[in-house]
Design a protein around this ligand. Structure first.
Ligand SMILES: Nc1nc2c(ncn2[C@@H]2O[C@H](COP(=O)(O)OP(=O)(O)O)[C@@H](O)[C@H]2O)c(=O)[nH]1
Ligand SMILES: [Mg+2]
Length: 219
């Protein structure tokens, strides 16, 4: 499978940082490599934050908004296209990782097994990994696979920040109710935070960026 990511320059993007006059250090993100498994990953050094989520939840869109680039991570209406770990670098010591999407109905048991093994190994062994951004569609939070990710992260003492994305699809009241409900359900996971997010409306972008930059040791 060819990699689905480009690294084309985005002229005119530089100062459109979501109504914020703050410089965005994530904007430097560049495609580094796409790895089918941990053995092919980039050297395990420095700091890394990884993005996980069910296929089609809005993970690539969230990544693009956070780095303020239109198409660093390819977005798609066809879920489940890549099972690779895709590494983007800010500099030699700081990376973002797009983890394989999960929960896509059409994948074979063999692919699912590979996903489980890769995720378990990555969460357990990756020294550079400082936190997981777990992207969920606000209308379908905490699927079985999300719960599996939360349990693995908890087991490995890996902090998690949940983006309840596509918040623009709900009215303010129902969105807030979902946020509170998810927060309640996460009471057993002390190292987990959650916020509303919308890539479309650029809602919650600064909050999410600060979390990522904090984990990367850049604020
Ligand atoms: N309305 C709305 N649609 C979104 C949002 N984020 C992503 N989408 C759409 O959801 C679909 C899947 O998004 P993508 O980022 O490719 O999901 P991924 O499979 O998790 O990487 C695409 O059609 C996106 O345009 C959002 O915040 N609001
Ligand atoms: Mg994607």
């Amino acid at each position: 499978m060819g990699h689905l990511y480009t690294n084309s320059p985005m002229p005119g993007q530089a100062n459109k940082s979501n109504n914020s006059s703050q410089p965005n250090p994530l904007q430097k993100a560049r495609f580094l490599l796409s790895a089918p498994d941990l053995a092919h990953a980039t050297a395990d050094r420095g700091y890394e934050v990884a993005f996980a989520g069910r296929s089609n939840a809005g993970k690539s869109s969230a990544l693009n908004v956070l780095v303020n680039q239109k198409s660093l991570a390819r977005t798609s209406k066809t879920p489940g296209r890549t099972q690779h770990l895709v590494f983007f670098e800010l500099d030699e010591e700081h990376r973002l990782v797009d983890l394989p999407g999960y929960g896509y109905a059409k994948v074979t048991p063999k692919v699912q097994q590979h996903w489980r093994e890769t995720m378990e190994a990555y969460l357990a062994n990756r020294q550079a990994l400082r936190g997981i951004v777990l992207v969920m569609d606000v209308r379908h939070p905490l699927t079985d696979y999300d719960q599996q990710m939360l349990a693995w992260c908890d087991y490995n003492n890996m902090p998690v920040h949940i983006l309840l994305t596509k918040a623009d699809k709900l009215k303010r009241g129902p969105a807030q109710n979902t946020l509170l409900k998810v927060r309640r359900e996460l009471a057993g996971y002390p190292n987990t935070t959650v916020q509303l997010f919308s890539s479309l409306k650029k809602q919650g972008v600064e909050e999410a960026r600060l979390q990522v930059l904090g984990w990367l040791g850049m604020v």
